[in-house]
Design a protein around this ligand. Structure first.
Ligand SMILES: *Cc1c(COP(=O)(O)O)cnc(C)c1O
Length: 379
C-alpha cells in the first residue's frame, strides 16, 4: 500500500535516496557572508550581520522591532518574561505543539494549562479558549484569576501549527477582554499570514525559530518580533546579561541571560532571508502538487489553511482515517526511505505536564491519532 504516494514523492525530489522531512537549502550568499564574518573577527554576539538580520526580519514581517536570540525556545522564554510571566503564574497554551512551548513556560516557574485546538487550523481554538476562561476564571483587581488554583493567568501562547495560521485575531480579542497577554509562537510560520498580516505580529510579542529544520535556518537561532519599543529594548538588554552601558565597567543590574544570536549565525540568516521569497514560492508549488494528488483520495485528506489564512507550508500535513491507518502509513513510508512523521504527542501526556489543568481536548486527541507530515523541503 501507498506505493503510489512513495512514487509521487520520489518523482518530486527526483531521487532514489533517503528523503528527509525538511532539510535546509544553501544556494545564495551563505558562504560569502560567513567568510566575511570570519574575516571581520566579529563572530560572536556583536556585529553587523546581527543588526542586518534583525532589520530584514522586521521588514519582512512588518514588525517594528526584531531581536535575535540563540534559538526559538530562548525567544519564547524571553517573550513570556516580557509578558510579565513569573513564578507561580499560569500560561494557557495548546496541548498540540512542540515541547518547547510548554518547556519555556516552565523556565519561568509558571504552570501550563492546556486548551484545545480547532480541527481545521490545528492551532488554539478561540471558542474553546473563551469557554474555558468564562467557566474557570474571574477578573479580580484587573487580573485573570483561575478559580480552582487562585493563580493568575498571565499569558496565552497560541501556535501556528506547521505554518497554518490560527484564528489569531479572535484569540487576541478574547485575551484583551480577560486582561491576558498574548505571546504568539510563530516558530513554524515565517511567511504565513492571517488576513494579510504576518503571523507573530498580532500579540504583545511573537517568537520565531531558525532551527535547521525550519523554513529558513541560522543553524540555531530565534527571534522576538514586536511593535513595542520598550519591550524590544528590554529583550535585547536581558539577553545580553543586562550589562549597563559603560566604556569599561562591568555593571549588571538584574539576573539576566546570555541568549543573543552570534554574528556568525546571523550571517547565515542574512543569506537565508534573501532566499526566503524563492523558498516560499517553491513550498507553495509543492503544496499544490500534494493537494491535487490527494483531492480524489477518500482515505487521506490534505490539510489546507483556512480561507482567511495564507500558509508557508513549512510542513505539509495529511489526515488519515485513524490510528491504525496512521501507523500503517508511517511504517510503509519510513521503511521505503521516505521520511514521514506523526504530529506530536499531546503535551498533557508527557510526564512533566501530565498533572496540568486541561480543558476539553477532543480536537487535539482526534488530530493526535491522524495527522502525519510529508517531506516538505524546498525543491
Ligand atoms: C521549533 C519550535 C520551537 C523552538 O525552536 P528552537 O529554535 O528549536 O528552540 C518552539 N515552538 C515550536 C512550535 C517549534 O516548532
Amino acid at each position: 500500500m501507498h506505493q503510489d504516494i512513495i512514487t509521487l514523492i520520489r518523482d518530486i525530489y527526483k531521487t532514489e535516496d533517503f528523503i528527509p522531512l525538511h532539510e535546509p537549502r544553501f544556494r545564495g550568499n551563505e558562504k560569502k557572508y560567513i567568510n566575511e564574518c570570519i574575516d571581520s573577527t566579529f563572530v560572536s554576539s556583536v556585529g553587523k550581520f546581527v543588526d542586518q538580520f534583525e532589520a530584514s526580519v522586521a521588514k519582512f514581517t512588518g514588525a517594528k522591532y526584531a531581536v535575535a536570540m540563540v534559538n526559538g525556545t530562548a525567544a519564547l522564554h524571553i517573550g513570556l518574561l516580557l509578558a510579565d510571566v513569573t513564578s507561580n503564574d499560569e500560561v494557557i497554551t495548546q496541548p498540540l505543539t512542540f515541547v518547547a512551548t510548554a518547556n519555556a513556560i516552565s523556565y519561568c516557574s509558571a504552570h501550563s494549562v492546556f486548551v484545545d485546538v480547532d480541527r481545521d487550523t490545528m492551532g488554539l481554538s478561540p471558542e474553546k479558549l473563551k469557554y474555558f476562561l468564562e467557566k474557570n476564571t474571574s477578573i479580580i483587581d484587573g487580573k485573570c484569576i483561575n478559580n480552582s488554583t487562585k493563580r493568575i493567568i498571565k499569558a496565552v501562547v497560541p501556535m501556528h501549527t506547521f505554518g497554518l495560521p490560527t484564528r489569531i485575531d479572535a484569540i487576541v480579542e478574547i485575551c484583551n477582554k480577560h486582561h491576558i497577554n498574548v505571546v504568539e509562537d510563530a516558530a513554524e510560520s515565517l511567511g504565513s499570514y492571517y488576513k494579510n498580516k504576518h503571523t507573530g505580529t498580532f500579540g504583545l510579542v511573537g517568537t520565531l525559530s531558525f532551527n535547521g529544520n525550519k523554513t529558513i535556518t541560522t543553524g540555531g537561532g530565534g527571534m522576538i518580533i514586536t511593535d513595542n519599543k520598550t519591550l524590544a529594548e528590554k529583550a535585547k538588554y536581558i539577553t545580553t546579561t543586562a550589562k549597563v552601558p559603560h566604556p569599561w565597567e562591568y555593571h549588571h543590574d538584574v539576573t539576566a541571560y546570555n541568549y543573543r544570536l552570534p554574528n556568525l549565525n546571523a550571517a547565515l540568516g542574512c543569506a537565508q532571508m534573501e532566499s526566503l521569497p524563492s523558498f516560499l514560492e517553491s513550498k507553495q508549488k509543492l503544496s499544490k502538487t500534494y493537494s491535487s494528488y490527494f483531492k480524489d483520495n477518500d482515505a487521506i485528506n490534505f490539510i489546507e489553511p483556512i480561507s482567511e489564512g495564507l500558509s508557508n507550508f513549512w510542513l505539509n500535513a495529511i489526515e488519515l482515517k485513524g490510528l491504525e491507518a496512521r501507523n500503517e502509513f508511517l511504517k510503509t513510508t519510513n521503511e521505503a526511505g521516505v521520511m514521514t512523521r506523526p504530529i506530536w504527542k499531546l503535551m498533557n501526556s508527557l510526564p512533566m505536564y501530565n498533572s496540568a489543568q486541561c480543558g476539553n481536548l477532543d480536537n487535539s486527541e482526534y488530530l493526535e491519532n491522524r495527522i502525519v507530515n510529508l517531506p516538505s523541503s524546498v525543491i
